[in-house]
Design a protein around this ligand. Structure first.
Ligand code: NOJ
Length: 554
C-alpha cells in the first residue's frame, strides 16, 4: 500500500501496484460539501475537505460523475465527458482538487459512463435532428418499430428503472435505453464511439487522474441481430456470453483496447469495472489485459451470517487469484440502502417495500445496525484487496427513508409511478456541523433535505468523541495501513459456528463474532475492537483484531 507521503505532481517513479490494497473513498459530489451555497455540492467543497480525507486515512478518492448533466439519473446521464458541470465547478477547479489530493498522498479516480450518453449530448441531438439511416443515428441504437407505421416498440424489453427500454422519436424509429429515456445507449459496434472514449480516457489520464471506475461495464457490447429476443428470454439468466445485452465476450475487446492506453502511463492508469455479472464471470473484467479490477458486490446482498460471509470471502479471494487482480470489498455505495440500516432490519426484509413504508415497517433497530455495520467494516478492512467506502459510512449514517415524495430525484421513483422510492435516501448531503439549516453541508439550501437529527452524526460532533464511528474508522484505517502487508489470508478454524477468523501476514488476526452472545477471545494482544470489549470475551456482533500467538486456535 502507498505510504501517506506527498505525491509529487511531477512524474516520479511511482508504485504501480498502489491500487491493490487501497482504501478508496467514494465521493458523490452533489452531496459532499457545498462551497457556494447553491444547494449542490461542488469541487471546491471537496478540495476544502481534503484535510478531512487525509485525516480519515484513505488512499484514493473516487468521484461519481461531476460532468455537465441534467441530472435525470444523478449525473450518470452525461452531456459532455470532458467538462465539469458549471454548478459543480470548472476544469481549473478540478485541477486544484487533483493537486490538493495528490499533495495529501491521495489518488484520484473518476467515473466513466460508456454505456449511454445523456439525451442532451451533442451526438444524440444530432441523431434526433437526422433522418433514419443517417450516420448520426449509427452511434446509438435506433430500430424501426414494429407495426405498419413503426408504432410499436422493436421489442418488449423493459428498462432497469421501469417502463419500456425503447423510446419513439416520431418518425417510425425508436432508440434503446437500458436505463432512463434520457440515457440513450451507445452503439459500441461503431468505431467512432471507440475513438471518442479513448479520447476521453486520454483527456483525464493526461490531466493526472490515477484511475477510472467504469459504469455498467458489462453492457457495452450487444448482439442486436434480428429477431430480437423477448424480455422473457432475457430474464432466463442466459449468461456465459449468450445474453444479447449483457456480459458478452466481445466486451473485453473494448477493455483490451483501453488497457493499451492505460499502460502508456507511468504508473499505468487503473480501472475497476462495475459489472453486475455472476461471480464466475467477474475475473474476465478484472484481468490484467482488461480493466484490471472488478467490483465484488456480494457483501452488499449478503445476510448477516458467519457462513455466508466466509463463503463469499473465500470465493472472491479464489477469483482474485484466478484473475491476478486483487479483490474488492464493498458494503455501501450510492445505489444501495446504507449498511448501517440494512443490518438494523430483520433478516429477509424487502428493502424496496421497507422504503415504500417510509422506513416504518419494520422499524430499524439502530443500535444493532450500527454495531453490525462496524463489525462488518472492520472485517472487510482486514481482508486482502481494496476496500471501497461510501461517503458518510464513516459517520455511521443511516438511510433516510422518509424523504418527502416531492423532493425525490431518482428515476426509479419517477419511472415506477412512485411505487419504488429509489436511491435518494443514501444520497442525502453529509452533516459537517451540529447546527445550521444544512448542518454545515452548505448554507441555506440542500438539493435533498438534511434531516435535523443528522446532527447526531455530524463530523464536528464525531471528531470530538473517541467512541464515535468516525474515530473508529480513523483508527481502523491507521491500523490497516500499519499492519497490511502481503495479499494472503489463512483461515483459522473457529471453535464456535458464529465466528469467522483468519490470520494475515505479520501474524495479526481478525475474528468476527456474528452471534448474539459473547465468545471467548483468542490469546494475543488486542489491537482494536468494533465494540467495547472487556476481559477475554468477544462481545456479540463484534470484530476484533489481535496480534496472536500462531500456536493458538481461535
Ligand atoms: C450504475 C450507477 O452506479 C447508477 O447510479 C446508475 O444509475 C447506473 N449505473 C446507470 O448509469
Amino acid at each position: 500500500m502507498t505510504a501517506l507521503s506527498e505525491l509529487d505532481e511531477t512524474p516520479t517513479p511511482q508504485d504501480a501496484a498502489w491500487w491493490r490494497q487501497a482504501v478508496v473513498y467514494q465521493v458523490y459530489p452533489r452531496s459532499f460539501a457545498d462551497s457556494n451555497g447553491d444547494g449542490i455540492g461542488d469541487l471546491p467543497g471537496i478540495t476544502g475537505k481534503v484535510p478531512y480525507l487525509r485525516e480519515l486515512g484513505v488512499d484514493a478518492v473516487w468521484l461519481s460523475p461531476f460532468y455537465p448533466s441534467a441530472l435525470a439519473d444523478g449525473g450518470y446521464d452525461v452531456d459532455d465527458y470532458r467538462d465539469v458541470d458549471p454548478r459543480i465547478g470548472t476544469l481549473e477547479q478540478f485541477d486544484e482538487l487533483r493537486t490538493a489530493l495528490h499533495r495529501a498522498g491521495i489518488r484520484l479516480i473518476v467515473d466513466i459512463v460508456p454505456n449511454h450518453t445523456s439525451n442532451r449530448h451533442v451526438w444524440f441531438r444530432e441523431a434526433l435532428a437526422s433522418p433514419p439511416g443517417s450516420r448520426a443515428r449509427e452511434r446509438y441504437i435506433f430500430r424501426r418499430g414494429r407495426g405498419e407505421h413503426g408504432e410499436l416498440p422493436p421489442s418488449d424489453w423493459t428498462s432497469t428503472f421501469g417502463g419500456p427500454a425503447w423510446e419513439p422519436v416520431g418518425d417510425g424509429e425508436w432508440y434503446l435505453h437500458l436505463f432512463a429515456p434520457e440515457q440513450p445507449d451507445l452503439n459500441w459496434a461503431d468505431d467512432e464511439v471507440h475513438q471518442e472514449f479513448l479520447t476521453t480516457l486520454k483527456f483525464w489520464a493526461d490531466r493526472g487522474v490515477d484511475g477510472f471506475r467504469i459504469d455498467v461495464a458489462h453492457a457495452l457490447a450487444k448482439d442486436l441481430t434480428e429477431p430480437l429476443a423477448s424480455q422473457a428470454d432475457l430474464k432466463a439468466d442466459i449468461w456465459g456470453g449468450a445474453h444479447p445485452l449483457e456480459d458478452r465476450d466481445e466486451v473485453h475487446d473494448i477493455y483490451r483496447e483501453w488497457r493499451q492506453l492505460f499502460n502508456q502511463y507511468d504508473p499505468p492508469r487503473t480501472a475497476v469495472a462495475e459489472a453486475w455479472v455472476p461471480a464466475h464471470r467477474r475475473s474476465r473484467y478484472a484481468s490484467p489485459d482488461g480493466l484490471g479490477q472488478a467490483f465484488n458486490f456480494d457483501l452488499l446482498e449478503a445476510t448477516w451470517d458467519a457462513t455466508t460471509f466466509a463463503a463469499i470471502i473465500d470465493k472472491n479471494l479464489e477469483l482474485a487469484r484466478e484473475s491476478g487482480a486483487s479483490s474488492t470489498w464493498v458494503l455501501s455505495n450510492h445505489d444501495v440502502v446504507r449498511h448501517a440500516t440494512r443490518y438494523a432490519l430483520p433478516e429477509g426484509t424487502d428493502l424496496d417495500a421497507w422504503l415504500t413504508s417510509d422506513g416504518t415497517d419494520p422499524l430499524p433497530d439502530e443500535d444493532r445496525g450500527r454495531r453490525r455495520a462496524r463489525a462488518a467494516t472492520l472485517l472487510t478492512l482486514a481482508l486482502p484487496g481494496s476496500a471501497y467506502l461510501y461517503q458518510g459510512e464513516e459517520l455511521g449514517l443511516p438511510e433516510v427513508a422518509d424523504l418527502p415524495d416531492d423532493v425525490l430525484q431518482d428515476p426509479t421513483f419517477l419511472r415506477s409511478g412512485g411505487v419504488q422510492k429509489g436511491r435518494d435516501g443514501c444520497r442525502v448531503p453529509l452533516p459537517w456541523t451540529t447546527h445550521g439549516p444544512t448542518l454545515g453541508f452548505g448554507d441555506q439550501l440542500a438539493h435533498l433535505p438534511v434531516p435535523t437529527d443528522f446532527g447526531r452524526f455530524a463530523v464536528e460532533r464525531e471528531e470530538a468523541d473517541d467512541a464515535s464511528t468516525l474515530s473508529f474508522y480513523r483508527q481502523a484505517l491507521a491500523e490497516r495501513r500499519r499492519l497490511q502487508s502481503g495479499e494472503t489470508l489463512d483461515w483459522l478454524t473457529p471453535t464456535h459456528p458464529t465466528v469467522v477468523a483468519f490470520r494475515r501476514p505479520g501474524g495479526w488476526t481478525s475474528v468476527t463474532n456474528f452471534g448474539s452472545s459473547p465468545v471467548p477471545m483468542p490469546a494475543g494482544s488486542l489491537i482494536m475492537s468494533s465494540a467495547p470489549a472487556e476481559g477475554r470475551e468477544i462481545p456479540a456482533e463484534t470484530t476484533v483484531w489481535i496480534l496472536q500467538d500462531p500456536e493458538h486456535a481461535v
